[in-house]
Ligand binder design. Sequence first.
Ligand SMILES: [Zn+2]
Length: 249
Amino acid sequence: MMEESLQLQLGFGREFVFNRPVERSGQVSVLLVRNARSRRYIIRVLSERSVRVTIPRGGTLRGGKVFFDDQHRWVSDQLDRMERQRARESPLWKPGTRIWIRGKKEPIRWDRNGAETRVKLGEIELKFDRWELDMRAQIEGGLRGIARQELPVCVDRLANQVGLKPKGITVRGQRTRWGSCSASGGLSLNWRLLQVPLAVRDYVIIHELCHLRHLNHSPRFWQLVRRHCPRYREHETWLRRHEDQIIRR
Ligand SMILES: [Zn+2]
């Protein structure tokens, strides 16, 4: 979803998104947003994969693009800095570590009983037969198992609502995208959708289902998304803001 080239929504929004290659960091999507109260072009790095350029009153989309290109080196430096920071954090998952579950940062709680360890994350409970200093691999494996059961059920429900059924569903652990739709009609979803708010998870699924009809990001595609998920832009923003903390870790 994030990887494809986005060329969209100039018609009904005040936003325009395009992708640009950036040295060493690969692609970023650049969100151009008009703000009548702004007096100058402003650039802000939102995440390792997205940058926002604010276009002031009297400014133009073209001006926004030129401004981005002028700031290219600065953006590249900021992205490098963010990447180094993330590499330094690399947290251990142990009791008390807070991780994203259903859109909230929940502390890992545990309860050991003989050989069995029960881990609680919000309303999710996992059982393990051993305990390690870093529980990350085990917890991620457990969450992935839950996602494998849960996501196909959500897809069924939303496919009925949208009226488009996929040929198959796979649940994976992609590091760069929340979901995708293949030309042959298969959906691939990230198990980390378990970590985002329910409404955001549903939006990602609706987004991919709508690709069964339009395998692009044309205005007609977004019209269909909006019909089934009116608040999709809010959800898209949530994903952009949190992708570094959830998907890319
Ligand atoms: Zn898409």
